[in-house]
Design a binder for this molecule. Structure first.
Ligand SMILES: CC(C)(COP(=O)(O)OP(=O)(O)OC[C@H]1O[C@@H](n2cnc3c(N)ncnc32)[C@H](O)[C@@H]1OP(=O)(O)O)[C@@H](O)C(=O)NCCC(=O)NCCS
Length: 184
């Protein structure tokens, strides 16, 4: 799927609640500036994002510059090696407010992940729709999200976008939501 992504992406997204214009771009366009690092650290320590994505992984320790540096490396290496594809959401004034990723190059079914700062709530549906279009154009036939049963806000995002709940995975701790991008 990797060769199918444009080498540069800059997609304007209208925030449904504020009407302001945000931008979705490839996250390898981020340079790891002090502002970007600060935005990443602040968002990843917001309660909702930290609790769902980092508390377990970081054993309750805060998300710091160490994790931010490793995120920028992981993002660059994903695009360079074509193994995973991270996209960034920028606010109208260019601050980093959210991320979405496609976690593999498997064209038959690739997992998606995302977070959005609560200060910008309302944007993820439009961002996910843009990600679907990018993935479809890159040759991906279906996407899926693994969401814990208690994560109602994340389930609401994919449900509003029309993804299908295929039930609890065999491992028992995640629901799987699937989006077919091309008809079978
Ligand atoms: C999951 C997550 C991205 C959802 O973010 P969110 O801001 O709740 O989701 P949205 O951007 O879709 O915004 C939702 C709100 O905007 C509203 N909204 C969204 N699209 C809208 C539209 N087109 N018109 C009007 N309102 C709209 C929704 O009704 C909802 O309102 P509410 O907050 O009053 O319930 C965010 O909670 C998050 O980052 N969570 C932590 C990380 C995480 O769980 N990631 C997923 C792991 S599986």
């Amino acid at each position: 799927m990797s060769p199918g992504f444009p080498s540069a992406v800059s997609i304007p997204l209208t925030h449904p609640l504020s009407g302001k214009i945000y931008t979705l771009a490839r996250a390898d366009a981020l340079e790891g500036t002090p502002d970007e690092v600060a935005d990443l650290i602040a968002a990843c320590n917001e309660p909702l994002i930290y609790d769902w994505l980092f508390r377990e992984r970081l054993e309750g320790q805060p998300y710091t510059g160490v994790q931010a540096a490793s995120f920028f490396n992981w993002t660059r290496s994903g695009w360079q090696s074509g193994t995973h594809f991270v996209f960034a959401l920028a606010s109208p004034c260019g601050r980093l407010v959210g991320l979405l990723d496609i976690k593999s190059a498997d064209p038959t079914a690739a997992e998606v992940g995302y977070w959005l700062s609560s200060k910008h709530r309302g944007l993820m549906g439009a961002a996910l729709e843009a990600l679907e279009t990018l993935a479809r154009n890159a040759g991906c036939r279906s996407l899926y999200a693994r969401i814990r049963p208690g994560n109602g806000r994340s389930q609401a995002v994919v449900q509003r976008a029309g993804w299908v709940d295929t039930g609890l995975e065999a491992e028992g701790s995640h629901l799987r939501f699937v989006r077919q991008l091309v008809s079978a």
